[in-house]
Design a protein. Sequence first.
Length: 465
Amino acid sequence: MCTVNCTPDCNSDLAKTCIQECPSMCFESSEYIVSQGLCKNCDWLKCWPALKCLTKYAQLSVENGTVNKTCNEKRFNNGTQLGKYWQCWKDAPKQSSHWSVLSSVVHCVCREGMIEHTRAQSCCDSVLYGGGVCDLQCMSEATCSTQEAQTCIHTCQSRCTSYEIAPSEDCMSYCLEKNAPCRKFAACSPPMLAGLVCDDGRWPEASSGCCSMNQTNGRPGQLLGCPRLCDTQHIWRLDGGRSIPWWSRWQPGPGIVVQCTCEGCPTSSSEAVLKLDSTVSDGIWENGQMMLVDIARRQGLLYGPNRRMQELMVMRNDKILEVLKGKEQPDQANSFLIAQINDEYTELISEAAKSFGDDGYMLTHNDAELEAAAKKETKNSIVYFITTAGGCTIAIVAAIACATRVIMRRRKATPIIQFGNNNEVVIGNPVGEGATTVSGTPVTEEPVTVSAPTKGSRDTPKDLS
């Protein structure tokens, strides 16, 4: 830039040569699609001194109509339509699918007059500012309410679920590709779906499909995510990145824009209570089975726990669940009762392993007589087991109940994992190319995902770019 001449002679041979070798659109090659050979003869180092002559020639070419007017970025950015679009996109439903993300963009482009604004500022041909916006076909409310439109909208919502970074081939061919049969209905308002309830009994917010609640560590701000009793959850960051056009998924204010994709969640408060109780029961059952196998191994049983050992374990589990029934978490008295129950049945099950062995014989005595008889047997061989493995089991059982009961009231911020760059044309034809908390202020413009371990899943999203 230091070689630029502020008062060049535009009639000089250098200026005339540079005007011929460096056409005006060479200045716009970073924003417009230009022919590969258009600027191949342009030597910028040689032509820097005559730069003002080149820009003056470009201006005259626009005025006389030999070159199309290029995008007025300043006027575009200062237009009131842009701010209204950003607010519309932020508030629009973007739940659980790639379809809703595309539809939220296209619908808000149509609703807030971004097509007219883009044309008025001569930005249609700009990849960064136009990006296919001027070719969009907007739909009337009457068209969007037809059976054809609603069938497409809800079918694409289910076909294009965002459990993975990239949409499936079926989703692309039926919904998202430029010539897909349902693509035109992306201009309709995206559906507001629930299908789940949050941990506090409320429905998720419409824009993201996420549940929000106050942080439990005393810090300000809200945590966003799926209910903790969901089988799987993915939380995608939608703003920032390298969307085309750049403004289509931009968040100018504080915070970030996310989408929650939750699977296997309770759909009502009563279902959530049932699933919570089932989770406690499953945890205690699994703990009991590990305990049975350990006792059988210690007692040298060839075929594992016998029938009577299993029956006694069922009694233990029922008594523990009865203690925990209706409790948010075990208090000191309940923990003592659980410890007593566990000690008692550890002893009884160990005696049943010795008494019945591997022969499969089951007593016909009633349970009370069996327990009385078992208590009279020698206890020396199981003292060590009760005081060590039994003590650990007590802690595990209590922890299962405690952790599962309080999980409905306490949440931790899930970590955000950044994945590779994804350049996605969200307005034109989508292509799969390619420290923050959910409640915090963004520190990166790249797309990120929250991958939180939930009940029944340890999977993390795979980068399919």
